[in-house]
Design a protein around this ligand. Structure first.
Ligand code: ADP
Length: 197
């Protein structure tokens, strides 16, 4: 089973990604965590991506694809993936699909975590106070939300058009959100019943 989690900053992709992946035995691939790890380790790649992450802008696709492709391939050699933070634009989704279909690595389900705008801002500002993530300042939060609207939200129609989209109300207790995602995954993962003659 291969799942893509989509949602604005603050919608809980990271938290749900971890919970769902561990309960379903999938590889959790969190794009933001991978980028922050490169930056923290001071790699050459980390140096190239840092300015984008600090501003809350999208990192160029060729850098993103270079990081994510080997991880997707490793995940599909096992039980599958739960992607959080990738794809983040329609061009990224198209590019991923091009190689994924050749490798049997295409997504089976895309879950959109739906949270009202005001709640997102509150959650992000609260996280800024407690965790001190460098891109959780008010200006950068505003930019990340704007980038989401412009680049990432169009993925809703993209995945809906491919019959893969499910919306989940993510302004609820986190256990309830996890349970919904797992139920949707199980519904998709069950083979269709044999057709009666
Ligand atoms: P959030 O969704 O809460 O903003 P993430 O940890 O998913 O946080 O991402 C943090 C930052 O990493 C983004 O603002 C962006 O700069 C960069 N980033 C993450 N995923 C991608 C991607 N798929 N394409 C381009 N940039 C990305």
């Amino acid at each position: 089973m291969n799942i893509v989690l989509i949602g604005p900053p603050g919608s809980g992709k990271g938290t749900q990604g971890e919970r769902v992946a561990s309960q379903l035995g999938l590889d959790h691939i969190a794009m933001g965590d991978l980028l922050r790890a490169e930056i923290a380790e001071g790699t050459e790649l980390g140096g190239e991506v840092a300015e984008y992450v600090e501003r809350g802008d999208l990192v160029p696709d060729e850098l993103i694809l270079g990081i994510i492709t080997p991880r997707i391939l490793a995940a599909v050699a096992g039980n599958g993936y739960l992607l959080d933070g990738f794809p983040r634009s329609v061009p990224q989704a198209r590019e991923a699909r091009r190689f994924a279909e050749e490798m049997g690595a295409a997504a089976d389900l895309a879950v959109y975590l739906d949270v009202p705008h005001g709640v997102l801002v509150e959650r992000l500002l609260e996280r800024a106070r407690t965790e001190g993530r460098a891109d959780d300042t008010p200006e950068v939060i505003e930019n990340r939300l704007a980038v989401f609207e412009e680049a990432t939200r169009p993925l809703v129609d993209y995945y809906r058009g491919r019959g893969l989209l499910e919306m989940v109300d993510a302004d609820r207790p986190l256990e309830d959100v996890t349970a919904d995602i797992i139920r949707l995954a199980e519904a998709r993962g069950t083979p269709a019943p044999p057709r009666s003659r």
